[in-house]
Structure formats: structure tokens, C-alpha cells
Write a protein that binds this ligand. Structure first.
Ligand SMILES: C[S@@+](CC[C@H](N)C(=O)[O-])C[C@H]1O[C@@H](n2cnc3c(N)ncnc32)[C@H](O)[C@@H]1O
Length: 366
């Protein structure tokens, strides 16, 4: 390659900020003696750009850089709202940000997951078998709760994301103005708080923790605190039902340097057409999958990142956690159908009861 232009480099690395950081890093490394990954005898800075244009090196933010970038960008964009009380430790900040950032933009959340129906149908059918009310942990902006309420069920929803709850409250206000058609809105009561802590002083025949909310419990202590709250809120004989994605070996082995791109789309909040890519970085010790969502507007304005962190729970681990926290499994289903969970399932749904209750009910659980 005789000449290298910025356009050549941008074709490989669209994010200008990333491009500058990567070029500076590689230039320094080459100047300090690192062997260039392309042939030629140009200056270090040119060799670095040629490496980028040739796709020999890629920029990869580590999870802490992503978190820092997200925190800084929340001060300059209207997209996100930095939640108060960010923890001090670098690792904890990554988990804190990864359980908040994705939910700071309810418009984007609804656009991304609005088409998921299997879980909504499943929970609607389940709730119809109970007198109610239902307690939903991680109610978010009501993708599931609103449909339960439309079907006539009363729902108490707990969530710590103010933007998600505000979005749902806005929809409740709009619905209430509609009269009879909006009656569902009166059947949803929202509580802002941490699901590991909130004590409602009430009990429910059906408690739910939906759509991977459980994956925001990162440690054994988190899980234990949460399951204690669940047990406190379960009425005698009541059921706790939760679903989570089953870790897939291939997914966890993804190269963190690789950006998984999807076709450009119009962002529902900023209204810009953006390029979008995701990166996945799995920590096998903490069993945490760090997902980085990268948005790059085509109008040339600055892009942004959103971190999402998901604990990965293997099914046998769930069994042990439930067992040691006084809950017995009544049923495990796969993929919201009637099939049992098996090696081909992407999602597992656990139905459990408090241990003493299960014996009283005389079911098969041990
Ligand atoms: C994947 S969303 C699910 C939202 C909704 N149930 C749905 O199915 O669309 C996970 C929700 O859990 C909430 N969440 C995560 N950790 C939480 C915690 N410790 N306490 C309360 N809410 C939490 C997030 O704010 C988010 O709204």
C-alpha cells in the first residue's frame, strides 16, 4: 500500500475517537520496538495507520474504559441519566453501570424488545391461573406488566431504573385519560427500589422476575439477598417464576475484539441514522458477560457507548442456589413452550415454591 488515507482507516474503524486512540497506541508501540504487522519502511505513525487500514489491529475498550466513557457521555448527551451513588471501586462501577445504562433510554429499549411476544404470552397465561395480584421484579417500562394488567390482573412492579418507571408512568397517565380503554393503568402500582432490598409488607400468590432481570444479580450475596425478599413476598403456597438465558459456550467464546454489526437504523430517541455494533467480553471467573453497544451516527456527530453486564448462571448452579436458599423447584421449562429445558434451549423458566410450602402442597419437589 503506497498511501494510506484517513478514509481507509475509517472504513475499518468507524469511530473517530477509537481510531485516534488506536493509532496513537500503535505508533507508540512501534516506536518502542514492536514489530509492525504490515511490510514497509514508513514512519511509525504511518505504519500504525496502515495496520488499521489493513485490519491488522482493532481497537477494543476494556469494560472499565466503556464505563468511564458512558459516565462522561451522560454529562454531554440527553440520552442517559447518571444514576446517583455510583460505587467507588472500578469493578463495582462496571457492574453498576452495566445494570443501569441500558435502561436509561426506554425509547430504545422498547424499539429493541417490543417484538418479543413469547414471554408476554407465557406470563399472561400464567397470571390468568392466579387470583393476583402479581409482584414483578424488574418491571422496567412495563413490556410484560402492561399486558398482564390489560388482561385484568393487578401488578405491583419493582424496579430501580427511574427512566424506565417514568416512561411507564407516562403511559399510565395517557391511558387514564382514555377512560374505560385505559383501565389497565389503574391495575399497575410501581415501586422504585433495589429488588435485593425492597420490603413491601405484603404477600403475593405469584412473584415474577422476568426477561433476564435475574442476570443483574452478580454475586452469591446478591442472589441470596434477592431470594430472601422473594420468600418474604410469597404468600403461603405461592409460586416464584423467573426466566433467564442459558449460557451458550459459543457465545461466551466470542472474540472481544470483534464488532458484531447490524444494519444501520434510525435511533428512536436521537432520531439519527446510526451504525450499530456489539462487542462481547466474557470473564469466566466472575461469570460475567460484558456487552458493549456502540452507536455511531452517520451525520458525523460523536458516537456513544452503552455497557450491559449479565451474570451467566448455569442451570445446575441455579438448582444449587435455589436449594440452599430454601426454595424447591416445581417445574423447569425451555423457551416459553411446554417443552422441558434441554440442551437446545436458549431460555430456561423456573417455577419454584418455598420449601415448607411445597411439602404442604404435596408436590414432587425435593
Ligand atoms: C431486561 S429488563 C426487564 C424489563 C421488563 N420486565 C421486560 O421484560 O421488558 C431488566 C430490568 O431490571 C431492572 N433491574 C436490574 N437490577 C435491578 C435491581 N437490583 N433492583 C431493581 N431493578 C433492577 C432494570 O432496571 C430493568 O428495568
Amino acid at each position: 500500500m503506497a498511501r494510506v488515507t484517513v478514509e481507509d482507516c475509517l472504513a475499518q474503524e468507524e469511530n473517530r475517537f477509537a481510531l485516534v486512540v488506536l493509532a496513537a497506541q500503535r505508533t507508540r508501540q512501534i516506536m518502542r520496538g514492536s514489530h509492525p504487522l504490515v511490510s514497509g519502511k514508513n514512519k511509525a505513525a504511518v505504519m500504525a495507520l496502515r495496520e488499521i487500514a489493513d485490519s491488522k489491529v482493532h481497537w477494543h475498550r476494556n469494560s472499565q474504559e466503556v464505563v468511564q466513557e458512558w459516565i462522561e457521555q451522560t454529562e454531554t448527551t440527553k440520552l442517559a441519566l447518571v444514576s446517583p451513588k455510583a460505587p467507588r471501586g472500578a469493578m463495582d462501577r462496571a457492574l453498576w453501570a452495566g445494570s443501569r445504562a441500558h435502561y436509561d433510554d426506554p425509547g430504545y429499549y422498547s424499539k429493541t424488545y417490543g417484538d418479543r411476544h413469547e414471554d408476554v404470552d407465557f406470563y399472561r397465561a400464567l397470571a390468568s391461573t392466579e387470583p393476583g395480584p402479581v409482584l414483578e421484579y424488574g418491571v422496567g417500562n412495563g413490556r410484560i406488566a402492561v399486558e398482564l394488567a390489560r388482561a385484568g390482573c393487578s401488578v405491583v412492579g419493582v424496579d430501580w431504573s427511574r427512566p424506565m418507571l417514568e416512561d411507564l408512568r407516562g403511559r399510565q397517565r395517557e391511558a387514564q385519560a382514555l377512560g374505560a380503554a385505559g383501565r389497565w393503568a389503574e391495575r399497575i402500582e410501581l415501586v422504585e427500589g433495589d429488588m435485593r432490598e425492597v420490603a413491601l409488607g405484603r404477600q403475593f400468590p405469584l412473584v415474577l422476575c422476568t426477561f433476564n432481570t435475574f442476570l443483574h444479580l452478580y454475586t452469591r450475596q446478591d442472589v441470596e439477598a434477592f431470594l430472601e425478599r422473594v420468600k418474604e413476598h410469597l404468600a403461603p403456597g405461592g409460586r416464584f417464576v423467573f426466566d433467564l438465558s442459558i449460557p451458550q459456550a459459543g457465545d461466551l467464546a466470542r472474540d472481544p475484539e470483534r464488532a458484531y454489526k447490524v444494519p444501520r437504523f434510525r435511533h428512536p430517541t436521537t432520531k439519527q441514522v446510526v451504525r450499530y455494533a456489539e462487542r462481547f467480553d466474557y470473564d469466566p471467573i466472575r461469570q460475567i458477560l460484558y456487552v458493549t453497544m456502540e452507536f455511531q451516527p452517520l451525520d458525523g456527530s460523536e458516537g456513544w457507548v452503552v455497557p450491559l453486564t449479565h451474570r451467566q448462571f448455569f442451570p445446575q448452579e441455579i438448582e444449587a442456589l435455589l436449594h440452599h436458599n430454601g426454595l424447591v423447584i416445581e417445574r423447569i421449562q425451555g423457551d416459553f413452550g411446554d417443552e422441558p429445558l434441554d440442551r437446545f434451549s436458549d431460555v430456561g423458566i423456573w417455577t419454584v415454591r418455598r420449601r415448607g410450602d411445597a411439602k404442604n402442597q404435596g408436590n414432587r419437589a425435593k
